[in-house]
Design a protein around this ligand. Structure first.
Ligand code: PXL
Length: 284
C-alpha cells in the first residue's frame, strides 16, 4: 500500500481539510497519516461566525521528530490549510526530513476563494506560501490563490492561452507541475488545467459547469489528485480523475443544498473512488 502524510487543519464540523482528506485518500486504498495544523470548531467560511481556533504549531516538530526516530517514510507529502506563518517554515522542515528520493511534495496553497482571502490570512502569509510552493513537485491553486501567488488582480476572464501563461508563471515560482482549478473557457464547462514544466506537457479536463459554490471542493480535488499521482497515474489521468470526482460530489450535493449549505455530500460518491483505484491497480 502507498502512504501519504497530509498536513492541514481539522475543522471539526464542516466537511473540509482533514475530514475530507482522510476519507477520500483512504477510499483510494492509500494509508493516510496526518499532522493537524490547527483544530477549529468549524471551517472559517460563510455561515460559521464565532468558530474556535487552536493553533497546533508547537506540536508539529515533536510529531516529526518522533516519526524520524521511528524511521517512518512516505510516498508523498500533501499540505493544505496552514494555521500560521511560523508553520510555513516548520512545514518546509518536514520536506527536508521526509521529502526527497521517491517521495514527492504536493502543496495546496489554501488562502482564499472567489477573489477573497479566507479569514486570518495576510500578504505576509502569501509571501511565505510562495516560498513553500517553490519546494513542491505539484501545487494546486484555485484562481484566487494563483492571483495571490503571482501578485496580480483576481480575474475570472480566461482563454486557453491565458491559462497556459498563468501555468508557466506558476511554474516559475519553482515547482515542477502547477495544477490550476476553477478553469472555465466557454461559460459552460468547468475544470482544471496543468503544466508539467519538465516535459512541456499541458493538460485540460472539464465537466459540465454547475453554477453553485460548494465549500470544501478544493480539498476534495487536491486529495483525489494527490491520491491519484501517488498511485502512479500520469498527470492527465490524475487531473481528469480529480475533476470528475469533484464534479460528481457537487452534483450529489445539489438536491440537498438547503441542509448541506456548509459542505459537499462527498460521502455519497466515495465508492466511485474505491472502484476507480481498484481498477487502476488491476491494470498496473
Ligand atoms: O477548504 C479550505 C479550508 C480549510 N480549512 C479551514 C477553512 C477552509 C476554507 O474556508 O476555513 C479552516
Amino acid at each position: 500500500m502507498k502512504r501519504i502524510v497530509t498536513v492541514q487543519d481539522i475543522s471539526c464540523f464542516g466537511k473540509c481539510s482533514l475530514t475530507v482528506a482522510l476519507p477520500v485518500i483512504s477510499a483510494m486504498g492509500i494509508e493516510t497519516a496526518v499532522i493537524p495544523t490547527a483544530v477549529l470548531s468549524t471551517h472559517t467560511g460563510d455561515g460559521f461566525s464565532g468558530f474556535t481556533f487552536r493553533d497546533l504549531t508547537s506540536d508539529i516538530s515533536g510529531i516529526a521528530q518522533h516519526w524520524s526516530r521511528l524511521g517512518l517514510g512516505f510516498d508523498s507529502i500533501y499540505t493544505g490549510y496552514l494555521g500560521s506563518i511560523e508553520q510555513l517554515g516548520i512545514v518546509s522542515g518536514l520536506f527536508d526530513s521526509f521529502g526527497g528520493g521517491d517521495c514527492f511534495i504536493v502543496v495546496d496553497p489554501v488562502m482564499g476563494d472567489s477573489g477573497k482571502m479566507y479569514a486570518g490570512f495576510t500578504d505576509e502569509f502569501t509571501a511565505g506560501m510562495r516560498q513553500l510552493c517553490s519546494r513542491a513537485d505539484y501545487i494546486i491553486p484555485n484562481l484566487t490563490e494563483a492571483a495571490l501567488l503571482l501578485d496580480r488582480p483576481y480575474s475570472t476572464q480566461q482563454t486557453e492561452e491565458s491559462v497556459k501563461k498563468t501555468l508557466r508563471e506558476l511554474a516559475e515560482l519553482g515547482c515542477r507541475t502547477p495544477v490550476l482549478t476553477g478553469v472555465c473557457l466557454d461559460g459552460e464547462n468547468q475544470g482544471a488545467a496543468a503544466f508539467d514544466s519538465a516535459s512541456g506537457e499541458y493538460c485540460f479536463s472539464f465537466r459540465r459547469q454547475i453554477n453553485r459554490q460548494v465549500h470544501g471542493t478544493g480539498d476534495i480535488f487536491a486529495s483525489v489528485f494527490t491520491g491519484a499521482v501517488t498511485l502512479g497515474m500520469g498527470l492527465a489521468q490524475a487531473v481528469d480523475t480529480a475533476v470528475g470526482f469533484t464534479h460528481d460530489c457537487i452534483e450529489a450535493t445539489l438536491p440537498q443544498m438547503d441542509r448541506y449549505w456548509y459542505g459537499s455530500c462527498f460521502e455519497l460518491c466515495l465508492g466511485e473512488l474505491t472502484a476507480l483505484a481498484e481498477e487502476y491497480g488491476k491494470n498496473l
